[in-house]
Design a protein around this ligand. Sequence first.
Ligand SMILES: Nc1ncnc2c1ncn2[C@@H]1O[C@H](COP(=O)(O)OP(=O)(O)OP(=O)(O)O)[C@@H](O)[C@H]1O
Ligand SMILES: [Mg+2]
Length: 300
Amino acid sequence: MNAIEIRNLTKTFGEKRAVDGLNMTVPEGAIYGFIGENGSGKSTTEKLICGLIRPSGGEIKLWGKGHRDQEVRSQIGVLIESPGCFPNYTVWNNMKLQAANLGIKNEVEEIRRVLRLVRMDGAAGNKFKNCSLGMKQRIGIAFALLGDPQLLVLDEPINGLDADGMRIMREILLGLSHRGTTVLISSHILGELEKIATHYGIIRGGKMLREMTAAELNADCPTYAALKTAEIERTRTILERAFGRAEIDGQTGEIRVYHASAEDAAKYLYGNFGIPVTEIRTAKISLEEYYIDLMRGEKQ
Ligand SMILES: Nc1ncnc2c1ncn2[C@@H]1O[C@H](COP(=O)(O)OP(=O)(O)OP(=O)(O)O)[C@@H](O)[C@H]1O
Ligand SMILES: [Mg+2]
């Protein structure tokens, strides 16, 4: 069963086509990483899915039903931009208001449950305005989790988090996913997204450029041997002649060889040319590199 199925979705603002014939499939239980450059239409798509704005055309199905269906809408938890909190109210009172808005019955229990989930139970008495950015992000997630929705739509929830905040967010989302909650998450922090996403969608100019599973991405991202020598250009030429594709990574100053093990490449260099290798490691193309390459290809 797919939690989200979008066909030919369009949203125009005046002359601007923010979403332009978009197709998207998010299987139930997925953590779907939604990626694309600034202005590509991620937030607009998410608002459309949540029924916050109306499509100009196309179809959005959630669990096979129309996305404006009341029952379906009650199963969506959303955090787009910041949670609508009153700065002078405590976290607890903000949560209480939100719970009342959603018509949640056992509110005290439910608020405790979601605050515990995001590890904010100790901060319930803090005024919202005195919370740090990371705390606010987690409160936003807690808001979205009220009522135990089956689908969470999170727009850049890890922006501005420190390493520990990212780790906590990762654990929260993985925990939810293990319980069967579907998570749609947009982010520019690809290294972080890569640690949790089971599926990806790459959007460009309001159109879905590519959708794939983490396994498909993995298969598309080759491993390589990365090594350093004193004579980088000469070494690269030698390695390319011997093993095929070899390139210099301008940032690290390493030579990447894709079709030889790090050990074989080093032995070959020293054995045949007396070139000592000063550093060596095995690595893998990251989501970020894959994405940059894909975008570069699209722009040409
Ligand atoms: N309410 C609106 N009125 C007019 N144009 C809008 C509106 N909302 C979005 N747009 C335009 O639609 C396009 C897509 O915007 P959107 O916010 O969906 O992009 P995004 O992928 O979320 O970008 P970012 O990564 O910067 O958050 C942009 O060109 C934006 O200016
Ligand atoms: Mg956005």
